[in-house]
Design a protein around this ligand. Structure first.
Ligand code: SF4
Ligand code: SF4
Ligand code: FES
Length: 223
């Protein structure tokens, strides 16, 4: 006997799915879009960003689609007014610290944060005050393969998970706390002195311009 399939509705579409998947995985498998940011299909979910919030019938709280299991009879909507409003606020919060030099950024045109801001009609964060933009990190150009601009990092953690789960190293992680949290090798060491083998897996999954391959610099949009 096969495993009992789950029936659910996502964004108004009826789907059937194998059990044991998240709302986002089921949506992707059925060609249904739920906006997301920290999640990457090749990596385990972390639920860090809250961009994927969906409104689920009979549930008073919005739920993150990337970490919430799909259940039988579930009715989830990523584009209800409540879900869109919450997503907009989440992206506006991320943009408080993020530099807005998109036109000179190597990721201009392929940046997932830029795409989300555009989709949600955000030009600038209304929560931003003078001095909020992150400028504390120097551009790290010291390795031959990629550039690290931690001022642009949105702390989605994709690179950490890629290093752990795809490369099998644990060269980088979240370091420091609070507003100073950043992705780096263990405190006090440089990337060149860490376990990093410069495989580039972290660069491939970075959704913004924080990690950029040197050979891609100046090449413009990848299409
Ligand atoms: S390039 Fe270095 S930090 Fe990035 S995934 Fe590979 S080993 Fe990890
Ligand atoms: S460097 Fe890129 S992938 Fe890593 S946490 Fe920052 S934004 Fe995410
Ligand atoms: S994509 Fe779900 S919390 Fe980030």
């Amino acid at each position: 006997m096969g495993t009992r399939q789950i029936k659910a509705v996502i964004n108004g579409r009826e789907i059937t799915s194998e059990p044991g998947v998240t709302i986002l995985q089921a949506a992707r498998a059925n060609g249904i879009r739920i906006p997301s940011l920290c999640d990457h299909p090749a990596l385990p979910p972390s639920g860090a960003c809250r961009v994927c919030l969906v409104e689920v019938e009979k549930n008073p709280k919005l739920l993150p689609a990337c970490t919430t299991p799909l259940t039988d009879g579930m009715v989830a909507d990523a584009f209800s007014p409540k879900a869109i409003e919450a997503r907009k606020a989440v992206v506006e919060m991320i943009l408080i610290r993020h530099p807005l030099d998109c036109f000179s950024c190597e990721s201009n045109g392929r940046c997932e944060l830029q795409n989300l801001a555009y989709e949600l009609g955000i030009e600038e964060s209304p929560f931003r005050d003078d001095g909020d933009v992150c400028t504390e990190h120097e551009l790290d150009d010291t390795n031959p393969f990629f550039i690290r601009d931690m001022n642009k990092c949105i702390l989605c953690g994709r690179c950490v998970r890629a290093c752990d789960h795809q490369s099998g190293y644990h060269a980088i992680d979240f370091q420091f706390r609070g507003i100073h949290t950043m992705i780096d090798p263990p405190i006090g060491s440089k990337l060149e002195e860490s376990d990093c083998v410069f495989c580039g897996q972290c660069v491939q999954v970075c959704p913004v311009g924080a990690l950029v391959e040197k050979k891609a610099v100046g090449q413009g949009r990848a299409w």
